[in-house]
Design a protein around this ligand. Sequence first.
Ligand code: SAM
Ligand code: SF4
Length: 341
Amino acid sequence: MSVRQNQQPQTALVDRYGRSVTYLRVSVTDRCDLRCVYCMAENMSFLPRRDLLTLEELDRLCSAFVDRGVRKLRITGGEPLVRKNIIWLFQALSRHLQSGRLDELTLTTNGSQLKRFAADLKNAGVERINVSLDTLQPDRFRAITRWGDLATVMRGLDAADAAGLKVKINAVALKGTNEDEIDDLIRFSHDRGYDITFIETMPLGEIDGGRLDQYLPLSIVRARLLDRWTLDDIDHNSGGPARYVRVRETGGRLGFITPMTHNFCESCNRVRVTCTGTLYMCLGQEDAVDLREPLRAGASDAALQAAIDEGMLLKPKGHDFVIDRGANRPALSRHMSVTGG
Ligand code: SAM
Ligand code: SF4
């Protein structure tokens, strides 16, 4: 496969509110080998393969954003590591790390395929990865993911450690499901030298069962933690929306992503591209620009950039997620696995 070379400097991406966009999240597939209860229904219908951007189209698109000053690329999904030949994309994009135009190439994964791919990812220039893990109990893991095997993910984490990848654990805080495991997850992560971040469930996509049953505000989690741990505020910024503290007893870092209880839109530096090439300016809004059409119509670089600029004008000031009894339905019909978490 040929790799496009375009080294022309271009103007930075800045939205109407003066926020610079330097971080792109790209979903490379809507498919997944798990069916987490907060993310997907058990019977999902997936997109026809022809609708998905090819790996070459994904490379061109990501590179167009790098041309405009994007410094951090996160590959996500669905499960990115189930996309056939996905390592090719990491290898292709690594040229931007080598040229110094990209600071970070990373991914978010459920860990199920990590044993197979950890070394290849590291060799392609990936330094840090996010692994989603909501429980350390095998039965509970099976219940949350419907299809998953905890031991497989643990072997994946061992492979990541052996390859020298830095791991951050992402755990969704789920009412009545893993709220009694928050301490164990912190201890496990910090013992292994990992950061851990807790996330509030967001109302994205139809799932089986109600969102209200799952939603656990992190303000409550944090208040409970203070009974047992000393949390020191720190300045650490991983380039994403998490706010971090250091747990004095373990020395490890703990992050909170609170889209529901604390909106972090004022400092948002991100946009997202779906696996079909739709550019979303916000996880919680419908405004979007289709980039697949120009890509497939053989658009010039300038025309592709013009479509990206159109998107910048649509970036909203903020999202307005609400989970309440009167609105026990998704704020958006789009699943997180489509937009990319
Ligand atoms: N399959 C990969 C994984 O699970 O890490 C990457 C995609 S997944 C959609 C990315 C992240 O989104 C995961 O950490 C997952 O827990 C989180 N997620 C999925 N649905 C969510 C929801 N409704 N609210 C909050 N987080 C969600
Ligand atoms: Fe798959 Fe990730 Fe969604 Fe779980 S959270 S179903 S692993 S895409």
